[in-house]
Design a protein around this ligand. Structure first.
Ligand code: UD1
Ligand code: CA
Length: 449
């Protein structure tokens, strides 16, 4: 069955008190919009239409950043959720199959819940996702009779009796494209808010002799973000779930409550993650790798058997092959470390290729930036870079070559060569003692005077 998504993301989000459009605020290192798109993506939608308005250009860019096949329509004026869906009609009205409407600010809808809604469509022309609210507040209320959904009443328009109902509208709705867009065209705005309510499609469907039904999910899934406090709460919820999922998947988390995942973090079975590890976007950790405490990882790939940290930072483009060792206070950026490379301590490796089983001594720096451009450092296999080597890129160190500690390497080093680039040592016997004695004598004379 073909499914298309309409994701509503035109609202300003006034209560965020922000210059940034609401759906671009991040949880788990990803915009809220990406979370909504991720839930929908699990259904392998044929089309994904994102309705943008406030901050439209930025929101469109974020949508395409997640899915380059996403289509964007602009809702210039925010006249209501029904009006927002209507903006997608020119793209989807003739689409075969189902349409699911999602909100860009509601990050936790599970793919399984959306599947249940599609399944429920066998019984009903329109299917709405509802939940029992602990505090129904200003949510729209679902008015039901047995399994049938009679209407959705917005809080502003509800009678006292209807406000007593605690079965609420999540906003997610599913119907065939043909039915949804036909009904949306008929919506009016004669209501307390003067808006085109998407929710009115339920009564319009019934007036046509179609039925409407409800799928009920957990309230936690429908958590929408309207304020910074809710954004923080959503982050907390996301992390709780991500930690539980990682443990379930066979990942060891020494102190789960201190580890922060991104939306797209991938960690293999039997990996070990120490305390206070932060995952930014784009991280893959393979089976059996170990990330020790206090590491910060982003845009990187750590292969089987590798170990990283404690206190290491892997930045975008860090590729660690099998059995690589990256130790404390090491930063790696845009660099490929082949199998068995060791970078133990206090080192910056940026814009580099390091061949298998090379050893990088403590305090090594790839000097990759000349103030204008970035340059690459290439190190061969089984090379030994002495402690405190400055590798002034562009520079190449051949297979099996060695650099002396404290060298500033500005010229290529051939395979098998030893390069020393530092001042020769001078040793003057007894001079330290004589110098100190002289200085002490000067100090004593000054104190007497
Ligand atoms: C809506 C529902 C309500 C439900 C609640 C759940 C309607 C009429 N009401 O109310 O029944 O309980 O969500 O959170 O549908 N948007 C647009 N363009 C618009 C208006 C809204 O893109 O013109 C987007 C918003 O950016 C937001 C979503 O649609 O992502 C929901 O809009 P919002 O104004 O928050 O709806 P509620 O009043 O909360
Ligand atoms: Ca809302």
């Amino acid at each position: 069955m073909q499914v298309s998504l309409v994701i509503l993301a035109a609202g300003q989000g006034t209560r965020m008190n922000s210059d940034l459009p609401k759906v671009l605020h991040r949880i788990a290192a990803a915009p809220l919009l990406h979370h909504a798109m991720a839930a929908g993506r699990a259904l392998e939608p044929a089309r994904t239409v994102v309705v943008v308005g406030h901050g439209g250009e930025e929101v469109a860019k974020a949508a395409l950043g997640y899915d380059e096949r996403a289509e964007v329509v602009v809702q210039a004026e925010q006249l209501g959720t029904g009006h927002a869906v209507a903006q997608a009609a020119p793209l989807l009205a003739d689409a075969p199959g189902e349409v699911i409407v999602l909100y860009g600010d509601t990050p936790f809808i599970r793919p399984e819940t959306l599947q249940a809604m599609l399944a429920a469509r066998a019984e009903a022309g329109v299917v709405v996702l509802g939940f029992h609210a602990a505090d129904p507040g200003r949510y729209g209320r679902l008015i039901t009779e047995g399994d049938a959904l009679l209407a959705i009443r917005e809080y502003k328009d509800a009678s006292d009796e209807e406000r007593e109902i605690n079965l609420c509208n999540s906003g997610v709705i599913c119907a065939s494209a043909e039915v949804l867009f036909r009904l949306v065209e008929k919506l009016g705005n004669q209501n307390a808010a003067g808006e085109y309510y998407l929710t009115d499609v339920v009564e319009l469907a019934r007036a046509e002799g179609l039925s409407a039904g409800v799928v009920i999910c957990d309230e936690a899934e429908t958590l929408g973000v309207n304020t910074r406090a809710q954004l923080a709460e959503a982050e907390r919820e996301f992390q709780i779930n991500a930690r539980a999922a990682a443990l379930e998947d066979g990942v060891t988390l020494t102190a789960p409550e201190t580890v922060f995942f991104a939306l797209d973090t991938v960690i293999g079975r039997d990996a070990i993650i120490g305390p206070n590890v932060i995952f930014g976007p784009g991280v893959t950790i393979e089976s059996g790798a170990e990330i020790k405490g206090f590491c910060h990882l982003e845009g990187c790939h750590v292969s089987r058997g590798a170990d990283v940290g404690p206190f290491a930072r892997l930045r975008p483009g860090a590729e660690l092959a099998e059995d690589v060792h990256v130790g404390n206070f090491v930063e790696i950026k845009n660099a490929i470390l082949d199998e068995g490379v060791k970078v133990g301590h206090l080192t910056y490796i940026g814009d580099a290729d390091i061949g298998e089983h090379s050893n990088i001594g403590a305090g090594t720096v790839t000097c990759n930036y000349d103030g204008v451009m970035k340059h690459r450092t290439v190190i061969g296999k089984r090379a030994f870079i002495g402690s405190d080597t400055m590798l002034v890129a562009p520079v190449t160190v051949g297979d099996g070559a060695l650099t002396g500690s404290g060298s500033v390497i500005t010229e290529d080093v051939p395979a098998g060569a030893l390069a020393l680039a530092r001042a020769r040592q001078v040793t003057r016997p007894g001079l330290a003692t004589r110098l100190m004695d002289k200085l002490r004598a000067i100090k004593a004379a000054k104190q007497k005077a």
